[in-house]
Design a protein around this ligand. Structure first.
Ligand code: PMP
Length: 299
């Protein structure tokens, strides 16, 4: 039996007891939202930004979260503390809740809220040193005017299909284009290209989630004096870039060495990618919500 404790609708329960009704609309219809958050040495990285994205997603789909943002920050922190994790991944899910079989969300009386904290399984260290070999998949990104990727909803089938294609092709991640063929993002990561020391990442409306890691990289890069542009681009721009890297809460900043068989730059993580990864890792220790303020003082 595991000792893991999960926050579920106001209580901490054992993993084995953390079960949700089959009538929950999150399960029946993917009607809900989520966040993936990460803690580093007792610092919950940019928790406020994650919660802002969660509450913005909730507002967009008219979902009432039964806690204030401050209460939710405490719940996230408490879930990590209860599981004695200073480093880990947090999955926060808010679904429409239990209702009847009809599609209408109005049969759901109250949202289901759960928070899971676990040690993180990330890419092996070697992949950060070698870079990823990725492909472009046939699955296109949801159009942002149909199901906006900026709403981090439980509708991840689009991304799951990308993962299936990538796995079948034997690669760890893949590039997704939008309906017009412009580069959107990975299955769960944002993309940046670097050309002549300038960073370019697609804007959200192209069909990308506006990632917290992406935004942190933009801040870091600008503070270092690099030019950063949010612009629409094609696979040609990716193939011919000096550097390509992906960003995400789980992946952090990871170089791409090959796309569709084209070697990027000299086929190794580039200097700007490495520099940004190092600064990003420094930032993860300070920028956020401290789990154990008093301990930091005592130590
Ligand atoms: N795009 C998608 C589709 C994602 O699921 C994620 C992971 N949340 C990202 C990009 C990266 O976003 P973040 O940096 O906030 O993890």
């Amino acid at each position: 039996m595991s000792e893991q404790l999960i926050f579920l609708d106001g209580k901490f329960v054992k993993k084995e007891e953390a079960v949700v009704s089959v009538y929950d609309h999150g399960f029946l219809y993917g009607d809900g939202i989520f966040e993936g958050i990460r803690a580093y040495s007792g610092n919950v990285f940019r928790l406020d930004e994650h919660l802002t994205r969660l509450y913005d997603s909730a507002k967009s789909i008219m979902l009432t979260i039964p806690y204030t943002k401050e209460e939710m920050a405490h719940i996230v922190a408490e879930t990590l503390r209860k599981n004695k994790l200073t480093d880990g991944y947090v999955r926060l899910v808010v679904s429409r809740g239990v209702g009847d079989l009809g599609l209408s969300p109005y049969s759901c009386e109250k949202a289901t809220v759960l928070v899971i904290a676990e040690p993180l399984r990330i890419y092996p260290k070697e992949l950060y040193e070698t870079g990823l070999d990725i492909i472009t998949v046939a699955t296109r990104r949801n159009r942002s005017d149909v199901l906006n990727p900026m709403v981090k909803s439980l509708n991840y089938l689009n991304n799951v299909l990308v993962k299936i294609e990538a796995t079948l092709a034997g690669v760890p991640e893949a590039l997704m284009l939008n309906d017009q063929g412009y580069v959107a993002e990975g299955s769960a990561d944002n993309i940046f290209i670097v050309r002549d020391k300038k960073l370019i990442t697609p804007p959200g409306h192209v069909g990308a989630l506006v990632g917290i890691t992406r935004n942190a990289i933009i801040d870091i890069a600008r503070a270092k004096g690099y030019e950063v542009e949010e612009a629409i681009y094609t696979r040609h721009d990716v193939y011919t870039a000096d550097e390509v890297f992906l960003t995400g809460t789980a992946a952090e900043v990871i170089a791409v060495k090959k796309v569709d068989g084209r070697i990027i730059g000299d086929g190794k993580p580039g200097p700007i990618t490495n520099e940004l990864l190092e600064s990003f890792r420094e930032l993860t220790l300070t920028d956020g919500y401290k789990l154990y303020d008093e301990l930091h003082v005592a130590n």
